[in-house]
Design a protein around this ligand. Structure first.
Ligand SMILES: Nc1nc2c(ncn2[C@@H]2O[C@H](COP(=O)(O)O)[C@@H](O)[C@H]2O)c(=O)[nH]1
Ligand SMILES: [Zn+2]
Length: 958
């Protein structure tokens, strides 16, 4: 008898209940050393409990070649192992049994090669009554593997159904058994109950296939079926060549009339794992047989009280040859007689044939490892994992995978030990593991994350999965061909040196709004508009006091302020008519967030960005007009749903725009359609055709750049361009300014930001409701029952807002500051020469348009200090607000988490927090070079302390 002598549990098998059968996996050489650590830490055979019925029948054995004979030579690698129940009358190598004794047909024969990893073997019960027709014809009985074949996706997880036929035929008890595809053979323990053909691909691209029962043909022809179930390892399983994605692995085939199925030629249950063999070599063929071992060796093992004889043949033996790989008709995997129970043997355990470690090449920098010792090492490594770590590798990377698996191991071990795991550590680590898996799914299902992969921030590790999905979905869809100018056509910021005239700079920057001169505007609105250049401007209040006309007043005010009405001959009535149309368009879908107030807010913020950065001097009037227009129209007729929603529901708009920046295309197209609809609202009517085209091209480019899936690319490219100022394109700077203005609210004072968030969340949740109704998968952040608002805002600020404002202020600083000054000065000279050399007025006109309206300005930076002062003041306010908002969300997040466990509405609860007072500097920034004027209307900081969330600060004199 070959039974276990040690029962030490091996934790690699996790916390599931194992029982009874024990054996050792002992290294051949270690086997001889009594004090060998391996011996002391002998590995028991373990059995996973599946369900009651199965548990009684299914046993699992782990055997290694050296179990048979300690001095078995390594050339036996590639040998065949036969397993049979002693007492079978006939026990030939075809796996055929004596037909006369049904009760003796508990007969197993399996074939594997040492090093091939895992084989399944099966135990057969007496054949059922012949007369009960079709009892095994239920497809589900024998074809769970079909779904594996059909859904054969590299590295995927799946479940498969195991159907246990009852001895009475017609009913089948089935259960779904999740099979997690691991990259370790031995972890395929989970498929132990499989009796059918199947294969799967491990996450490291290895392919494992196995065979189930006999073919229908054979079943009909002969009842002499002992059958076998061979766990085949495709050569690639241990080879260095990864299996190509989605490639199907050929199944083993059946010899009609034979009870035994051997691996077919195309299923090479090879010795690839053998260290001395080259890939593709068959151990039994290419390795000389050790002359000292020519006979079969066998062992009897006890499995759940049943003795089995395990026979191992040396390679090259006559039996082996006779019954070697055969290939004939392909099998459909129809079950043969009787209930079948599968077991598995880990042949060779991946390591035990010889002292030289069997190599398992794992991708990307994993050293080749001995499977078992590698796993042991991982157990040790897992213990070192700090579960409270929040800075973790990119979940899409191999280190991410590594880290997640170690963390899961550690969690599991702690659970097994009964050690306490802090809730947030548990949650955080599970979230991380989910992220890792989901990134894998996305990668492996070819989801279009690749387009922006290089642009997504690499360290999203602490981001909760839902928010990560949102980031991925929202920010990294396929790229569209953006309007990009090449060569000469590129607008270059370097050319803006032509407009550097210090006096103009500061003058424009502190230019007062002319609202007090305008009698058409109600006085309270005029008063409010005086604060238009302030970071603390309250757009909601303007909306209120203007009876829902904030868009109109902001648009008008800006055009007046920049003297663009006069310049482009826009009449007030035309402008107002166009504004009416736009407002109606914005109100079409009654959105809480994407409405005219948002458009007005973006335009107002753009105004500050232009004014406080000095960039107002770098752009031509036409460019400034185009930017204001872009801000005003950028979301017109927004449907209140996302691009992904349009794509998923195959909406008419998605069809029209071929799933590319669906909404953005719609906004820009609607804005131009409205201009052209007559009714006296074409504010571009008096534009020259050149101006019109230029304006239109810029607007299209800017509005398309508000598509969030352009976000990371935009930031990345701007960061790169800032390292090489000569590559700075003016239109890209314009796009960035519009995009930043579009997502400005997290940098505004908390009451404003909170209001915007609330509105956005309402819109998201409404989309979620629609998705629920349509039985679509709910988009991230759209599920009102589970979305963690505060957490999502923290991530949004950290991963989207901060980098955006950083790069924007970098741009402002570099263009204004010393870093780019030398470059600009030298370029100025060059441009001047170019301009002087250009013949004819056309070239000059083009230059004027492209590079602003000054070609003879000297480049003096005498007021640069003043400009930088204004810029920094603005930057400080912006970052102070952002940090303050982050703090508020962090507080709310704690409540959300607490509520999550209590099942309360997190958002409502979180809303109850009284916000911290806003930093005084936000409303009362220190004077900078005498430019800090006009704050007298703003409340002082102490007036903000008592404000509650839902009564945002009223800025201005209302
Ligand atoms: N999770 C959050 N997403 C936000 C927030 N503010 C804006 N956004 C996202 O950005 C786009 C802006 O583009 P738009 O042209 O549609 O306005 C918006 O749709 C949101 O997806 C925020 O606070 N949190
Ligand atoms: Zn917007």
């Amino acid at each position: 008898m070959y039974t276990a002598t040690e029962t030490q549990e091996h934790s690699n098998f996790g916390s599931l209940e194992y029982k009874s059968v024990h054996s050792y996996l002992l290294n051949q050489s270690e086997n001889r050393k009594s004090n060998s650590p391996l011996r002391q830490k002998a590995l028991p055979l373990e059995k996973r409990e599946l369900n009651g019925a199965l548990q009684r029948k299914v046993s699992e054995s782990l055997l290694c070649v050296s179990d048979f004979k300690p001095d078995i030579p390594r050339t036996w690698s590639g040998s065949r192992i036969l397993l049979s129940k002693p007492g079978c009358r006939k026990n030939n190598l075809n796996g055929q049994t004596s037909p006369g004794r049904r009760d003796q047909r508990v007969f197993l024969t399996s074939e594997a090669r040492a090093g091939s990893g895992l084989i399944l073997f099966e135990k057969r019960q007496p054949a059922p009554n012949r007369n009960s027709k079709n009892r095994y014809h239920n497809e589900n009985n024998y074809r769970p593997a079909k779904e594996l074949r059909d859904n054969f996706v590299k590295g995927s997880d799946f479940s498969y159904r195991f159907r246990e036929p009852t001895s009475h035929g017609k009913t089948f008890q089935g259960f779904t058994h999740p099979l997690q595809v691991n990259n370790q053979c031995r972890e395929t323990e989970q498929i132990q109950s499989n009796t059918c053909d199947g294969h799967f691909v491990t996450s490291d691209c290895k392919t494992i296939s196995w065979r189930g029962n006999g073919s229908p043909k054979r079943r009909l022809l002969s009842k002499r079926v002992a059958g076998n179930c061979v766990m085949n390892n495709d050569r690639r399983q241990f080879g260095t060549t990864p299996a190509p994605s989605k490639e199907k692995v050929p199944m083993a085939r059946t010899v009609p009339g034979h009870g035994c199925r051997s691996p077919a030629n195309d299923i090479k249950a090879t010795t690839v794992g053998h260290p001395e063999l080259k890939p593709g070599q068959q151990g039994n063929q290419s390795n000389a047989v050790d002359p000292s071992v020519v006979k079969r060796v066998s062992k009897v093992i006890e499995v759940d009280g049943v003795n089995y004889k395990v026979t191992m043949e040396p390679p090259g033996s006559s039996h082996y040859r006779r019954n070697g790989p055969c290939s004939t008709s392909s099998s459909k995997g129809v079950p043969n007689t009787g209930p079948i129970f599968s077991h598995q043997i880990l042949v060779n355990g991946g390591q035990n044939v010889n002292p030289v470690e069997t190599k398992v090449d794992l991708p990307n920098g994993y050293p080749p490892h001995n499977l078992r010792s590698w796993q042991e090492a991982r157990m040790r490594k897992a213990e070192e994992a700090d579960l409270s770590d929040t800075v973790l590798p990119d979940p899409a990377s191999l280190p991410g995978l590594d880290s997640a698996s170690l963390r899961l191991r550690k969690l599991l071990n702690n659970l097994k030990r009964g050690s306490e795991i802090p809730t947030d550590a548990l949650r955080h680590n599970l979230e991380y593991a989910i992220s890792v898996m989901e990134m894998n799914i996305l990668k492996n299902t070819g989801s279009d994350v690749t387009a922006s992969d290089d642009e997504m921030p690499t360290n999203l590790s602490p981001v909760p999965p839902e928010i990560k999905s949102w980031l991925v979905q929202t920010f990294s869809n396929s790229k569209i061909g953006t309007h990009s100018k090449k060569g000469k056509d590129r607008r270059s910021l370097r050319s803006v040196v032509h407009v550097v005239r210090a006096s103009l700079f500061v003058d424009r920057m502190i230019r007062k709004s002319p609202s007090d001169r305008n009698n058409d505007i109600p006085p309270q609105v005029q008063m409010h508009l005086k604060n238009l250049d302030k970071w603390t401007f309250d757009i909601f209040e303007l909306e209120e006091i203007s009876n829902g006309n904030s868009l109109k007043y902001v648009f008008y005010q800006l055009l007046v302020k920049f003297e663009l009405m006069k310049k482009f001959k826009i009449s007030v009535s035309t402008l107002l008519a166009y504004c009416d149309k736009l407002q109606r368009g914005y109100n079409k879908h009654n959105n809480r967030y994407h409405n005219p107030i948002h458009a007005a807010d973006v335009a107002q913020t753009l105004n500050i960005l232009l004014m406080k950065s000095g960039f107002v001097n770098w752009f031509s009037d036409l460019e400034i007009f185009s930017m204001i227009m872009a801000a005003i129209i950028h979301d017109v007729e927004h449907t209140g749903t996302t691009n992904n929603f349009h794509i998923n529901t195959r909406s008419p708009l998605a069809q029209l725009y071929n799933d590319k920046s669906v909404l953005e295309n719609h906004h820009i197209s609607t804005a131009f359609r409205m201009l052209n609809e007559g009714e006296g609202c074409d504010i571009l009517r008096n534009f020259s055709s050149e101006d019109y085209q230029e304006c239109r091209a810029l607007m299209v480019e800017m509005v398309l750049a508000t598509d969030m899936n352009q976000h990371f690319g935009q930031i990345k490219r701007m960061n790169q361009a800032l390292k090489k100022p000569e590559n700075l394109e003016k239109s890209k700077a314009m796009c960035l300014m519009i995009h930043t203005a579009d997502i400005n609210h997290p940098t505004k004072p908390w009451p404003l930001h909170y209001k915007w968030t609330e509105r956005l969340v309402v819109e998201f949740f409404e989309q979620g409701d629609k998705e629920r109704e349509l039985q679509l998968q709910l988009s991230p952040l759209c599920d009102r029952n589970s979305t963690m608002v505060a957490q999502s805002q923290i991530s949004f600020i950290d991963y989207v807002i901060k980098p955006t404002f950083n790069v924007l202020f970098d741009l402002f600083t570099k263009v204004n500051g010393r870093e780019m000054r030398d470059v600009i000065v030298s370029m100025n000279q060059q441009n001047k020469e170019e301009t002087q050399n250009s013949s004819g007025s056309t070239a000059n006109d083009v230059l004027k348009r492209r590079f602003c309206d000054v070609t003879s300005v000297s480049s003096t930076f005498e007021n640069a200090e003043q400009v930088m002062g204004i810029l920094n003041e603005n930057k400080d306010t912006c970052f102070l607000c952002m940090d303050h908002n982050l703090k508020q969300w962090t507080k709310k997040n704690e409540i959300e988490i607490a509520n999550m466990f209590l099942g309360d509405d997190a958002f409502t609860e979180a809303a109850a927090i009284v916000p911290d007072p806003l930093p005084a500097a936000i409303y009362d920034p220190p004077p900078q070079n005498g430019t800090n004027k006009g704050n007298e209307n703003l409340p002082k900081s102490n007036t903000t302390t008592k404000r509650t969330l839902d009564s945002p600060k009223k800025s201005g004199p209302s």
